[in-house]
Design a protein around this ligand. Structure first.
Ligand code: ADP
Ligand code: ZN
Ligand code: ZN
Length: 643
């Protein structure tokens, strides 16, 4: 019998003790056990053998062992995440434990690892070779490849090598339901060695896949950010595709983490390379590439030499607000239809109209919980919806304040644009893609099929239409209303807009004929649009980096956001004051720290659960320095996407 310290997989508050001592017959690091903690029966993981014998007098309970074990690198990763993000280690371990229910007995199904990866062109081969040479080390790569350059084929070539050695590959993608095409292509290359991981799996599928991976079966795991927590004892390659995508950050629940950073931690702990891929890299990774802490690989040519599209800025100043499409866009759409080619219309807002407004008293309908303006939806059934907390309300017939029946829908969303397209082009086949559709995996699959097979003439949708689609007959891309994106008060808004425009433009003309992109804007002279139009992404990056440096924003600093909640305004205010005071005291005592740190004014906002929270943020070289002065029960977001 030995003594071992056990990490329970549950949410013990950060300030509470995380590890507890139990008896085991034999110690194995990572062994999954079940323990009784207080009145609860919990699963946990054995992390360390306690060498010194128990003190006499204390009775130490026995832990029950299960047949499964987490790889050692998972334990190290949980510790890294806990320290970096100031989050409870037990909570991270919880995300790593097997799904509830009986696991299959040790799995030993030999999956056929066949592979039909195509031969690479020379540029692709150079990139793949660099990574292949680094297998077995924790090297990091940024693979910057323009849309259509065949990044997936590069990943696949490296993955083929890894699978042939009987090892495991982790390929992270932003939104699994949005990329049925990429999944299909990978399945074509690797057959049943591809193992997808997503929220739509049944409990039984989850258990089977978890067990297969934990027993070291060679596989290419395709999944969203949460797949980082799977047990992969033979992990030999991590790929994070579309690394610029915002969905890699978990911000609304703990552990609050960025998959980009956690993938790096995992690569170091598992001693395997990590490859970040994008056509529009994040400023974070570009700066690391400049500093040479990550190797920059580039693909400059589209596969098969298809050309990048023409990009035109259409000045819509003075166009009546009721008109949805500029004449130039209508003409382009009409011509494309005549040529039996396809078009995409991007409008980054779903629903029919933005707000419902009373013409007589100006009343705007807002969410009862969040106080945000509600969005009118007409399809599949009429309703008002809160895009923040997902609450629905019936569409009113009259104003709740003045009883007027003169209600106006102002602004436009995907449904309104779809309606207008049907009016303009009654014979065209038109499909819509937004969150209302993408919630259903089945609908997305059906849509992907009809779009790629050429049945759909015009695809209208939110930013989801910009993601990874490879549409053969796509000729024209129209972008409506990105101006609001540019003028958002977020420091990343320019970066995000450029990425979106670049990604959607990249959908066009991926085959023989060249595509055309029309961007409707009231600010054609704005530097962000100019950079996109002149395709000088590098110039945009340079300017944006200089700007970030000037204002001491990421990637030249890091952000620590302290999230303060409370039952009442007074409670929140007093907590905020005391936190701000202790931060100020710390800065006053250390002039070097004070020089490099900026404490920003506190801001209140409503969270996705409808509660008001106060945020205190600071920009600083190392957020960890401040952990010591935070109250034990404080919630923080380290490296948040927005201030
Ligand atoms: P990216 O992800 O970089 O935008 P894709 O991976 O979608 O580019 O590749 C664009 C297209 O070119 C895809 O249809 C892909 O199958 C094809 N392709 C890329 N590389 C090769 C290759 N080496 N051999 C054959 N086809 C390729
Ligand atoms: Zn009214
Ligand atoms: Zn709401």
């Amino acid at each position: 019998v030995v003594l071992a310290s056990i990490l329970p997989g549950t949410h013990l508050p950060y300030s509470k003790r995380q590890r507890y001592t139990y008896q085991l017959d034999e110690f194995k690091a990572g062994q999954i056990v079940s323990i009784s903690l207080g009145a609860r029966r919990l699963r946990g993981v054995a992390v360390e053998e306690m060498k010194d014998k128990a003190q006499s007098g204390i009775k130490i309970k026995k832990a029950q062992t299960e047949n499964w074990q987490l790889p050692t690198h998972n334990l190290l990763l949980a510790k890294d995440i806990s320290e970096h993000y100031r989050t409870a280690e037990s909570l991270v371990i919880k995300t790593m434990l097997p799904p509830q229910g009986p696991l299959p007995d040790m799995v030993k199904t030999a999956r056929s690892v066949f592979s039909h990866v195509p031969t690479l062109n020379s540029e692709q081969q150079v990139a793949a070779d660099r990574v292949i040479k680094s297998l077995g080390t924790s090297a990091a790569f940024l693979l910057e490849g323009i849309t259509g350059s065949g990044k997936t084929e590069v990943y696949s070539t490296i993955a083929k090598k890894v699978l042939a050695q009987g090892k495991q590959v982790l390929l992270l993608i932003p939104e699994i339901s949005m990329t049925p095409q990429q999944a299909k292509r990978l399945e074509h290359y690797f057959g049943s060695a591809v193992m997808t991981w997503h929220s739509g799996l049944t409990p039984k599928e989850r258990r089977e896949r978890w067990a297969a991976l934990a027993s070291g079966e060679p596989a290419l795991v395709l999944g969203p950010r949460s797949a980082l927590f799977l047990p992969l004892p033979k992990l030999a390659l991590i790929v994070l595709d579309e690394e610029h995508d915002g969905s890699f950050k978990q911000w609304d629940q703990e552990p609050r983490y960025h998959a980009r950073a956690v993938a790096r931690m995992l690569s170091i702990r598992a001693q395997c390379p990590v490859v970040y891929g994008s056509a529009t890299p994040s400023l974070e990774l570009l700066q690391q590439a400049h500093q040479k802490s990550i190797t920059h690989l580039t693909l400059t040519k589209r596969y098969g030499d298809s050309q990048l599209p023409n990009i035109a800025l259409i000045d819509v100043r003075g166009m009546p607000a009721k008109v949805i499409f500029s004449p130039a866009s209508v003409e382009a759409l009409g011509q494309t239809l005549d040529q039996k080619k396809q078009s995409i219309v991007l409008i980054n807002r779903r629903g029919s109209a933005v707000v419902l407004l009373c013409r007589d008293c100006g009343n705007i309908w807002r969410c009862e919980k969040c106080d945000r303006p509600l969005v009118t939806h007409l399809d599949p059934s009429p309703k008002l919806a809160c895009h923040y907390c997902a609450r629905d309300y019936p569409l009113p017939g009259m104003c709740s304040k003045c009883k007027s029946t003169h209600l106006l829908m102002r602004g436009r969303g995907t449904q309104k644009v779809e309606q207008e397209l049907r009016r303009l082009f009654p014979k065209a086949s038109i499909a819509r893609l937004d969150r209302d559709i993408s919630r259903s995996k089945k609908k997305v699959k059906a849509l992907a099929h009809s779009v790629t097979s050429g049945d759909v003439d015009i695809l209208v949708g939110t930013q989801l239409v910009a993601k990874g689609w490879d549409i053969e007959k796509l000729r024209t891309v129209i972008v409506l209303d990105t101006d609001q994106g540019i003028f958002q008060p977020h420091f990343r808004s320019h970066e995000r807009t450029v990425q979106l425009l670049w990604q959607v433009a990249g959908r066009a003309g991926r085959r023989q004929d060249r595509g055309d992109v029309y961007i409707e804007t009231c600010f054609p002279e704005h530097a962000t649009y100019q950079a996109v139009q002149q395709r000088s992404l590098a110039a945009f990056y340079e300017k944006e980096l200089a700007e970030r440096k000037k204002f001491g924003l990421p990637p030249y600093s890091r952000i620590l956001k302290i999230i303060i909640t409370g039952d009442s305004l007074t409670e929140r205010e007093s907590k905020t004051l005391s936190i701000v005071a202790s931060l100020q005291k710390m800065l006053a005592a250390d002039s070097t720290l004070a020089r490099t740190t900026t404490l920003l004014p506190a801001q209140s906002q409503i969270n996705s659960r409808g509660q008001t929270e106060t945020h205190v943020s600071l920009t600083t070289p190392d957020p960890r320095v401040f952990f010591s002065v935070l109250p034990a029960d404080a919630t923080v977001d380290v490296d948040p996407e927005e201030i």
